[in-house]
Design a protein around this ligand. Structure first.
Ligand code: NAP
Length: 254
């Protein structure tokens, strides 16, 4: 039995949709006070209305001022910050040969720089908590696998793990743990945009035979935020239905 998270203050960047919404739902279900962050007000309003215990703030987490707004809002509304789930991210597809500097800046700016800036902005409050938790949403793409069109995305997701490992050491003295969840293919609004053919081709190579759910990422983040996970830091958990395991398609024909 895990210690309840009643009343803990949780920030979920990108919590207005997809995986972040699943993370917000998991924490809200565990009794936490959750602040979700996005740029699209209609989605933010709708998610906050659907999930009791969840409120929203609009901010661009690729900018330091946006991240400062997020941290200040959480402290003002909840009296502090115990957990930040740095989840906001984008995955536009573009082949390396056609990639512009603007493409690169956008993906690295939101996924990598935005992760670092959003965690950095929450540091004083996380330290004051005495049991601060950072949970980063990375991906299997980059740290473990590759996919055409996602060289910049893969670099951003692998880069997040470099951040996690050093931040875990730097923040250990303040009893803040820093870990990452690596989702495989999880059914979200964002992934739906990749089209039916992409979704079916992914399903076909997942040993468990289906895409993941946002609730399955939410419960993993929730675990990393519990008191019982206090001794886990600088680590990664892959949540992918076994997608990274087969050595070849033949491995799936048993
Ligand atoms: P999604 O459905 O498109 O949701 C992305 C979320 O991030 C939205 O809430 C979006 O809100 C927010 N966001 C994007 N840019 C932002 C910015 N600059 N400032 C603030 N919020 C921003 O995507 P998802 O599939 O849930 O992906 C979420 C995370 O999981 C990403 O980091 C992604 O790399 C990772 N991931 C996803 C999968 C998958 O299969 N879905 C697999 C591996 C990893 P606004 O648009 O309103 O800003």
């Amino acid at each position: 039995m895990f210690t309840p998270l009643d009343g803990r203050s949780v920030v979920v960047t990108g919590g207005t949709k997809g995986i972040g919404k699943g993370i917000a739902a998991a924490f809200a279900g565990a009794g936490a006070q959750v602040l979700i962050v996005g740029r699209d007000e209609a989605a933010a309003e709708q998610t906050a209305a659907e999930l009791p215990g969840v409120s929203y703030v609009l901010a661009d987490i690729s900018r330091a001022e946006g991240c400062a707004t997020v941290a200040a809002t959480a402290v003002e509304r909840h009296g502090g910050i115990d957990v930040i789930c740095a989840n906001a991210g984008i995955f536009p597809s573009v082949p390396l040969a056609a990639m512009t500097e603007a493409d690169l800046d956008e993906t690295l700016g939101i996924n990598l720089k935005g992760t670092i800036l959003s965690v950095q902005a929450c540091l004083p409050a996380l330290a004051a908590s005495g049991r601060g938790r950072v949970v980063v949403t990375s991906s299997i793409t980059g740290p473990i696998t590759g996919f055409p069109g996602w060289s910049h995305y893969g670099a951003s997701k692998a880069g997040q793990l470099g951040f996690v490992r050093t931040a875990a050491i730097e923040l250990a003295a303040q009893r803040i743990t820093v870990n990452a969840v690596l989702p495989g293919n999880i059914m979200t609004e964002g992934l739906a945009g990749m089209g039916e053919e992409y979704l079916r081709s992914m399903e076909a190579v997942i040993p468990l035979g289906r895409l993941g759910t946002v609730a399955e990422i939410g419960s993993t983040c929730l675990f990393l935020a519990t008191d019982e996970a206090a001794y886990i830091t600088g680590q990664t958990i892959v949540v992918d239905g076994g997608q990274v395991l087969p050595e070849s398609p033949a491995a799936l024909s048993v």
